[in-house]
Design a protein around this ligand. Structure first.
Ligand code: SF4
Length: 303
């Protein structure tokens, strides 16, 4: 089956009985939304240049971010609840999505950065049949099915997955998905299979590859070490980049144990562990960086 037919077939299947993400909730999205809150057409809350990703993604000119509505996870600390669980956004056609990509490219974006895209994977794959002239970034929480990722092969050059947790206790408590790691680990290996080792151009911009992100949580040093252990065990130097993030900011209503920033001592210990494990290709953050700086207004700009 050609790739376009595969995307169209996957759209038709999702409209009847959706199994695109690990929830496999079986919603008939033609008629009703699934657990991700989304129905039968792409829904987008903002499409604009964004300057707060890793330097090799944002560069000087910005990353062309498209923020999709809905989410397949339920993170208690989500900073984008307005669009992830609140459902804010505008429903658009695949053709309009293609135009949005063209507009971002014309505005000088370094790449097309698809944020929280999983619930619309086949619609996006269809839109990408007309390949942008800049890299496409799949910016995801990491809770993915390998079968769905295969729709993107040859269309996405850069994968930017979170690896949030290893332990089922943490992922159940914080994201409502005890099986998170069981899906995220093979998904990241599939992303690497598709992209190969990372490639940075002479201007320091990432052209292809995988950047694994991990947002450290308060009290989560042991869990962060488990994540680092997995990355060190599965990738050799020069294969992937690792981004250890310290920007956690408590969202209203988070459980008591998550209701503080990550302490400097916790973050320093995580950075030291990362170095001890031989992971020196990637990014760490100034701890003072606040989440609010990274969260743009969701106001339908560019949609
Ligand atoms: S993408 Fe949404 S509708 Fe499809 S299986 Fe996942 S939660 Fe259900």
């Amino acid at each position: 089956m050609c790739k376009e037919s595969a995307a169209r077939a996957a759209i038709a299947a999702a409209q009847e009985h959706c199994t695109l993400c690990p929830r496999r909730c079986g919603a008939a999205r033609r008629e009703a939304a699934g657990l991700c809150g989304m129905g039968a057409e792409p829904k987008v809350a903002r499409a604009a240049l964004h300057y707060w990703e890793e330097p090799c993604i944002s560069g000087r000119d910005g990353s062309g971010t498209v923020f999709f509505s809905g989410c397949t996870l339920r993170c208690v600390f989500c900073q984008n609840q307005e669009i992830s669980t609140g459902g804010f956004g505008r429903t658009i056609t695949v053709e309009r999505l293609r135009e949005v990509f063209r507009e971002l490219e014309a505005a000088g974006a370094n790449n097309i950065n698809l944020v929280s895209p999983t619930q619309f994977a086949p619609w996006i794959a269809l839109a990408l049949e007309e390949a942008p002239g800049i890299p496409v970034v799949w910016n995801t929480g990491g809770y993915e099915r390998v079968e769905t990722l295969r729709l993107l092969e040859g269309k996405v050059q850069i994968y930017l997955p979170d690896l949030k947790y290893v332990s089922p206790e943490w992922s159940r408590r914080c994201s409502g998905a005890a099986d998170y790691f069981a899906w995220a680990a093979p998904a990241i290996l599939e992303m690497f299979r598709q992209s190969g080792p990372y490639v940075v151009d002479k201007n320091g911009m990432l052209r292809r590859g995988v950047v694994i992100r991990h947002l450290m949580l308060p009290g989560g040093l042991a869990e962060t070490k488990r994540v680092i252990d997995w990355v060190a065990a599965h990738f050799a130097p020069g294969e992937v980049l690792f981004s250890l993030m310290s920007q956690y900011t408590p969202a209203p209503g988070v459980p008591e144990e998550l209701n503080r920033r990550v302490r400097q001592a916790e973050y320093r210990a995580a950075c030291a562990y990362m170095a001890d494990c031989g992971i020196d290709e990637g990014f760490t953050q100034e701890r003072r960086a606040a989440q609010a700086e990274y969260t743009p207004p969701f106001d339908l700009t560019g949609v």
